[in-house]
Design a binder for this molecule. Structure first.
Ligand code: ARG
Length: 584
């Protein structure tokens, strides 16, 4: 890749220059990193000589000055110049842009992909409970999970997308109890309500009724005991109600473009978890309390005492996680496992990984909790218990309606089916980009209207940049185009104004942004990079006529730069799970 070729070429030249100017020196610990310069007047890329100071025992200023004289740079560099402690580098802009456009044209949508790593990454995300529909927080989770899966794949890993359905437990029994008491035999079919919403209504109902009658909680716990004993009546109701929820979930997943390679169910893995706990008990790695509960004392690990089985023998949340993790390791033999779960559960995963280690699973060190912040709407936190949910489906509808308005404003006479397609593309672009272009740990307030704006730091802005390029390329190959210019050989030596160079440098750095995103498990690196590319393109298009450029060779070269930009925007959006319409 060009970015590697450029940095490796510089690193090799740097090593030779150091030897020539200063004699033998051990540079093995020096990270050679090229950084942007404050302005192209002083160079296109810079290298701060600070890390060399220690190895060479000289001031960075002196080092930069000496190296500027000694260095012999390979193409596409033109010259070096010392600016204070920096060794700044100038590119032969035409050669650089030619190499870049050639590389992107050849790689196409594989641009930015790394070579295969041979590693399998198990990536868990979504992981809903079957007692309520998905809310805005799940949307962030789903969108993050799908983007990470693609980014990790681009980084060369084999990714197995996993869902864990928490389909058993006391909350689910509470919902079942409410349905038994107040459902009156209604079904999603009989009421026309989407299955997950239908079931969620009874979860809300339970919370309301339990306020008046706290004994309902004991009844629900009793139902859980019956469920764990396999009581056919309880199991049948559980199966029916979960089936309704899955139908609802599937519809939401389809709409969001979410897929999994393997789905685990807590109802299957919790038994495995119980066996693991009982075995650990026999091995003396945890202990039985006088009331019969099983507990692990994690105080030596700096954590607390953790109940693993209740005194009535039923499992808790973490019990199934032990079973699920071990089942996955047995089945997939993953090199790493990532859990995409909200920051509320940071502690849960600390405890889980500590338990796995305690129980002898050394691979727990390869597990990581990819934690992300909560999502709020301007009104406040979403709370399904109080029934004040910001529901995922409702949110999609609302943002689609806003996107439809924006489309109609531009194209009053758009065909109805085209409107349906385009508003979904834009709404999903808006939501996904808004949720991904933030610091992972940050809590965010989702602003539907801001997210669909065609201007600003939004998905639709990036999509719109892509459509503008599509428009230019269409015009270039259309009937009105002067065939001489579009079929001319590109004259890259005529390229190289500041806007073109800035755009080119950003396109060159795209693979590094993908790499960083994969390493930090944060798609924001890709999202923010796309915004920079889109802004640099706007500047380029503002400064430089493309189809009206002075010479046919320059028209053709600028068209190549447009094509390269289009390919990067398309690829970057695809990594984020966002479609790039050709018209908006
Ligand atoms: N279902 C859980 C919840 O909604 C999240 C599950 C996270 N994944 C896990 N392996 N524990 O809170």
């Amino acid at each position: 890749m060009l970015d590697e070729q450029v940095s490796n070429g510089f690193a090799a030249a740097l090593g030779a220059a150091v030897r020539q100017a200063f004699g033998e020196a051990d540079l093995s610990s020096v990270a050679v990193q090229l950084v942007p310069t404050p302005s192209f007047e002083v160079g296109h890329l810079g290298f701060g000589c600070f890390p060399l100071a220690k190895a060479l025992r000289r001031k960075p200023h002196d080092i930069a000055a000496k190296l500027a004289e000694a260095i012999q740079l390979p193409a596409p560099f033109r010259k070096a110049q010392a600016v204070g402690p920096y060794l700044n580098l100038f590119l032969d802009r035409g050669a650089f842009l030619a190499a870049l456009c050639r590389e992107i044209a050849e790689a196409g949508q594989a641009y930015g992909n790394a070579a295969a790593s041979g590693q399998t990454v198990a990536l868990e995300f979504s992981s809903p409970n079957t007692n309520k529909p998905q809310h805005l927080g799940h949307v962030r989770n789903n969108v993050l999970g799908m983007a990470l899966a693609r980014i990790l794949e681009a980084a060369g890993h084999r990714v197995v997308k996993l869902n864990l359905i928490n389909d058993r437990g006391v909350h689910i029994c509470q919902t079942m109890l409410a349905y038994q008491r107040w459902g009156g035999g209604a079904t999603p079919q009989s009421t026309g309500r989407k299955g997950d919403h239908f079931v969620g209504d009874y979860y809300v109902r339970f919370a309301q009724e339990a306020e008046k009658d706290p004994s309902l909680k004991d009844h629900a716990q009793a139902l859980l005991v019956r469920w764990e004993q396999g009581d056919p009546e309880v199991v049948a109701l559980w199966r029916t109600m979960n089936g309704w929820v899955y139908e609802g979930f599937d519809a939401t997943y389809r709409r969001l473009g979410v897929e999994f390679d393997r789905v685990y169910h807590e109802s299957e893995t919790y038994r495995h978890g119980r066996d693991i706990v009982l075995k650990a008990l026999a091995d003396g790695r945890c202990r039985r309390l006088p009331d019969g509960a099983v507990e692990a004392d994690l105080e030596p690990e700096g954590l607390e005492r953790k109940i693993l089985l209740r005194r009535d023998g039923t499992s808790v949340y973490i019990t199934q996680d032990l079973g699920t993790a071990v089942a996955r390791h047995d089945e997939l033999g993953f090199d790493r496992m990532y859990y995409v779960v909200a920051s509320e559960q940071i502690h849960h995963f600390r405890v889980l990984f500590a338990l796995l280690r305690r129980f002898g699973y050394a691979w727990a060190d390869n597990c990581r909790h990819v934690s992300y912040g909560m999502v709020y709407l301007p009104e406040g936190k979403m709370k399904s218990r109080e029934g004040k949910v910001v529901d995922a489906d409702d949110l999609l509808d609302e943002v689609e309606a806003l996107a439809a308005d924006a489309v109609r404003e531009k194209h009053a006479d758009i065909a109805p089916d085209e409107l349906v397609r385009r508003k979904a593309q834009i709404a999903l672009g808006a939501i996904k980009f808004y949720l991904l272009n933030v610091n992972l740990e940050k809590d965010i307030t989702f602003d539907p209207a801001a997210s669909v704006s065609f201007e600003g730091d939004t998905g639709p802005y990036v999509q719109y940049s892509h459509t503008r390029i599509c428009g230019i390329l269409r015009k270039a190959s259309g009937p009105q185009s002067s065939s001489s210019s579009s079929s001319s050989l590109p004259d890259f030596s005529a390229l190289g104004n500041n806007a073109e160079t800035a755009l080119g440098l950003l396109l060159m750095r795209f693979p590094a942004a993908v790499r960083d995103a994969a390493e930090s498990c944060n798609p924001q690196r890709v999202a923010s990079h796309l915004l920079e590319v889109a802004r640099a393109f706007a500047q380029f298009y503002h400064d430089s006529p493309v189809l009206q450029a002075e010479s046919p060779g320059l028209v053709a070269a600028r068209l190549e730069l447009c094509r390269a930009t289009q390919a990067v925007l398309l690829r970057g959006l695809a990594l984020l799970g966002i479609e790039a319409p050709e018209q908006m």
